[in-house]
Design a protein around this ligand. Structure first.
Ligand SMILES: *Cc1c(COP(=O)(O)O)cnc(C)c1O
Length: 432
């Protein structure tokens, strides 16, 4: 097998010789970078394995339960495994959680009471959080239950505004919500170390303030998680990193016994708590997905770095920049042009194993305040740990790209996005 064979294989998939050559060159420049990522993955793989062995995961844990789901050993063991991986007292990992937004809404509504105040010390939260909080009026929002909200903007350089955070904290402040990943913003994603500093600062003012981290897209990117640096709760989606592409649904909340117990009672009913909740037939997929998750995150991270390196070379601003250290798997590329955004997303779609024959178009997705274009051809509907790209159709026309169940698929998706820009005349090779 030589590079001509590879080139031909790509050519059959609609990749020109020029795009292939450029991408091979980009990849060759990333060898050492990729090796460093492999080392982190190796540690995280062992961390997951260790938690599974310690809790004696066994075939019997894969059996489905029905009805009330009392004594579901698989569910109970999985939650212990999650708690060990995240270094927390307790964990709630359930298929009844429909998505990340739901897990966050659950964590918040379970731990806040009327009269309490919620603080975001990291600026504007993820779009769908606005309706949970009631920043945009919504049925059932925290605001309707008499829970107030304060937000402290980040400094212009993306750092925490410690003075303003201190001023914003009052005796009413019950919970601080810290979003690790940038979501649909251009601010930087925070490292676990930065989050640890912020939590220490808040706890010094009042140790009783619950520090919750929206951990979406951050799991297994670093050696540690926010719960290792003082977070009382970490919250995420199983159709992102920790589901490893196999979990068909679900969310998790790992944290202190108190916080997680509150979440159990809120998820089911007061008096019932975590003792109920049949797992039907998802236990094996939850375990196996978690086991695969470090490897899947490895591929997604390499894909993101490959994308940033390629598109920076072509003159587009990338966030994080190609050379920057990674704290989540999201890669933003800013095009300043709606047509390029659409072409990029089309390329990602045409690279998918599922629905590669459909063309994505912008639409008014619930929970978002402008049209959004989403490209995804996933085995699990909407799973953004699988190769996917999305962009709110608003200035500065930034595409957020993430996932890929393997590096090679992520790489191909990016190559295809460039091929699509080329095909639509939105980008051309400069002949030297
Ligand atoms: C994905 C995500 C969420 C939750 O989104 P869902 O689509 O509901 O799973 C929340 N916060 C951040 C930062 C996210 O990336």
């Amino acid at each position: 097998m030589n590079s001509a064979d590879l080139q031909q294989a790509y050519e059959k998939m609609g990749i020109s010789k020029e795009v292939f050559a450029l991408c091979q060159d980009v990849e060759a420049s990333l060898k050492e970078r990729f090796e460093r990522i492999d080392r982190i993955t190796e540690c995280n793989q062992l961390k997951v394995l260790r938690a599974m062995q310690k809790n004696q995961v066994a075939e019997a844990h894969f059996a489905p339960t029905t009805g009330y789901g009392y004594n579901d050993l698989g569910r109970e063991t999985l939650e212990k495994v999650y708690a060990d991986i995240f270094g927390t007292e307790a964990a709630l990992v359930r298929s009844q959680i429909t998505c990340g937004t739901h897990a966050l809404a659950l964590a918040l509504s379970a731990n806040l009471r009327p009269g309490d105040e919620l603080l975001s010390p990291v600026g504007r939260p993820y779009d769908t959080m606005e309706e949970i909080i009631g920043i945009r009026p919504s049925k059932g929002s925290l605001s309707e239950y008499g829970i107030t909200y304060k937000q402290v903007e980040l400094l212009e350089n993306g750092e925490f505004d410690y003075d303003a955070i201190k001023k914003a904290i009052t005796p009413k402040t019950k919970l601080a919500s810290i979003q690790r990943s940038k979501g649909y913003l251009t601010r930087p994603t925070f490292s676990v170390a930065q989050i640890g500093e912020l939590i220490a600062f808040i706890k010094k003012i009042n140790p009783d303030i619950i520090c919750m981290v929206d951990n979406c897209y951050g799991e297994f990117v670093e050696l540690t998680e926010p719960s290792d640096v003082g977070a009382d709760m970490v919250v995420g989606s199983l159709i992102k990193n920790p589901g490893g592409g196999l979990a068909p649904i679900g969310g998790y909340i790992c944290g202190t016994k108190e916080c997680v117990e509150n979440a159990y009672y809120r998820l089911t009913a007061p008096g019932l708590g975590g003792e109920v909740g049949a797992t039907l037939n998802v236990n094996r997929e939850f375990f196996q997905g978690l086991f695969q998750a470090p490897q899947v995150v490895n591929g997604a991270l390499k894909g993101a770095i490959f994308a940033a390196t390629l598109y920076e070379r072509l003159g587009f601003a990338c966030n994080p920049a190609a050379a920057e250290e990674r704290h989540d798997i999201i890669q933003a590329v800013t095009f300043h042009d709606p047509e390029k955004v659409v072409a990029f997303c089309e390329g990602i779609q045409y690279a998918a194993p599922v629905d590669s024959h459909v063309t994505p178009t912008p639409w008014a997705m619930p929970g978002y305040d402008c049209d959004v274009i989403m490209a995804a051809g996933a085995f699990i509907s909407g799973a953004s740990i699988e190769l996917s790209a999305d962009a709110p159709m608003r200035d500065p026309y930034t595409v957020y790209f993430q996932g890929g169940l393997s590096y090679h698929h992520a790489k191909f998706g990016i190559m295809k996005s460039l091929a699509q820009l080329e095909k639509k005349g939105l980008w051309a090779f400069e002949k030297e």
